[in-house]
Design a protein around this ligand. Structure first.
Ligand code: CMC
Length: 388
């Protein structure tokens, strides 16, 4: 077995080779398949980026049209799966509802479960891409006590999600194109981030030859944690607490720096970025534009900006190279778009889905994937005899 290296949190251990996403954390660079995130956010669409991540190249017009068609045609959930949503308490958090429903997809599609059959993999890929927004909208509708709307396949993914959440059967829903575009851009920014916690989880579960639904469901659960995707919800909670308790951002920062009660500045810091997160820069610009148009919560935005400028010039943050990450401003945008805080991490999950799929497929296409099985350093008792 040889010597075991102790590396808690995988600070220095690469578990895989990958050609999907490139990050240079010291210089704040992020590229999907070689394309800079700034260019994709500005010029591409979430659907095209999903194709790029999963298949490795930008699609031709025909390939994009086919991909669009197949993902639009699979948005419906099985009618029986709708009953499933009634089994949760009214105030259920939508993340565990999402992971449970994704896991349940395995029970409906026996033709999509074999990780080594290319047709099965294709089917589970487009089923997940098409059905996750519907599941997310149903989880939301359930939480507000409104009827679930069948998806409208004349709409694209972001538009359908907005209609699914905010439309009602009694009247037509007009999608605001600026809102749909902003949501689409946010999904692009979240679409992959190499071996983060949820993606590594998807790979680890998949390495046991679990099917794609089971692997993605595990990824959703990992993302739920506040140190990962749950941070966007935690940022808003933190901003509201500062606002409600009338604590100044300056006093709050002292608490963070003194590590009182383990309080952290949520939305700051990153394992890989030791510079400004390039996604956060784009999100900040988007927040500026969108909050001006939609009239977001200026007071919370102001608190966030004060926290940021305070942190960027503070020795504690400078020495530790802590900068805003993608989650710092996204919550304020989601809030302005009308989403309640509980939905924020669900939106992250919808964005990260193509990355999870691409990474899982890359792992299985390798053909020689070993099951993920970390070692340990045993620190327990030596041999003890059971008292006779
Ligand atoms: N506020 C205050 N101090 C912090 C923060 C923070 N947000 N993040 C790190 N530190 C300190 C930490 O206390 C430690 O200080 P010291 O050396 O004195 O013990 C030092 O910086 C290094 O932190 P770490 O926890 O060892 O770093 P990590 O790479 O293990 O953790 C992180 C990365 C993202 C979990 C962490 O920065 C964090 O908890 N941030 C807040 C939660 C957050 O915003 N998460 C979203 C991450 S980006 C989106 C995603 O991928 O999900």
């Amino acid at each position: 077995t040889g010597a075991v290296t102790y590396d808690p949190g995988f600070m220095n251990t690469a578990n895989t080779k990958s050609s999907i996403t490139y990050i240079d954390g010291d210089h704040g660079i992020l590229r999907y398949r070689g394309y800079p995130i700034e260019q994709l956010a500005e010029q591409s669409s979430f659907l095209e980026v999903s194709y790029l991540l999963i298949y490795g190249e930008l699609p031709t017009d025909q390939e994009l049209a086919d991909f669009d068609n197949v993902t639009r045609r699979h948005t419906l959930l099985h009618e029986e799966l709708k009953n499933f949503f009634s089994g949760f308490p009214r105030d259920a958090h939508p993340m565990p509802v999402l992971s449970s429903a994704v896991s349940a997809l395995s029970t409906y599609y026996p033709d999509s479960l074999d990780p080594f059959n290319p047709d099965h993999v294709e089917r589970s890929t487009y089923r997940l891409l098409a059905k996750l927004p519907t599941i997310a909208a149903y989880a939301y509708k359930k939480s507000v006590g409104q009827p679930m709307l069948y998806p409208d396949n004349s709409l694209n993914l972001a538009e359908n999600l907005l209609r699914g959440c905010f439309g009602v059967p009694a009247e037509p829903y007009e999608v605001d194109p600026d809102v749909a575009k902003a949501l689409d851009t946010l999904l692009i920014l979240h679409a992959d981030h190499e071996q983060n916690c949820s993606t590594s989880t998807v790979r680890l579960v998949g390495s046991a030859q679990a099917n794609l639904f089971a692997s993605v469901s595990a990824g959703v659960n990992a993302l739920y944690g506040p140190a990962h995707g749950g941070a966007n919800e935690a940022v808003l909670k933190m901003l509201r607490e500062i606002q409600a308790r009338d604590v100044t951002p300056e006093t709050f920062m002292e608490k963070v720096k003194n590590k009182e009660d383990g309080v952290r500045l949520m939305g700051f810091g990153h394992r890989v970025y030791k510079n400004y997160d390039p996604r956060a820069r784009i999100v900040k610009g988007l927040a500026d534009d969108l909050l001006a148009k939609l009239g977001g919560d200026d007071e919370l935005f102001d608190i966030a900006q004060r926290l940021e400028s305070k942190a960027l010039e503070d020795d504690y943050f400078v020495e530790r190279k802590l900068y805003p990450n993608v989650d710092f401003y996204t919550g304020l945008i989601y809030k302005a778009l009308g989403f309640p805080e509980k939905m924020f991490t669900v939106l992250f999950a919808l964005g990260r889905l193509p990355g999870w799929i691409a990474q899982w497929r890359e792992m299985n296409s390798d053909g020689a994937t070993k099951i993920g099985r970390p070692r340990q350093i045993y620190t327990g008792e030596g041999l003890r005899n059971y008292p006779s």
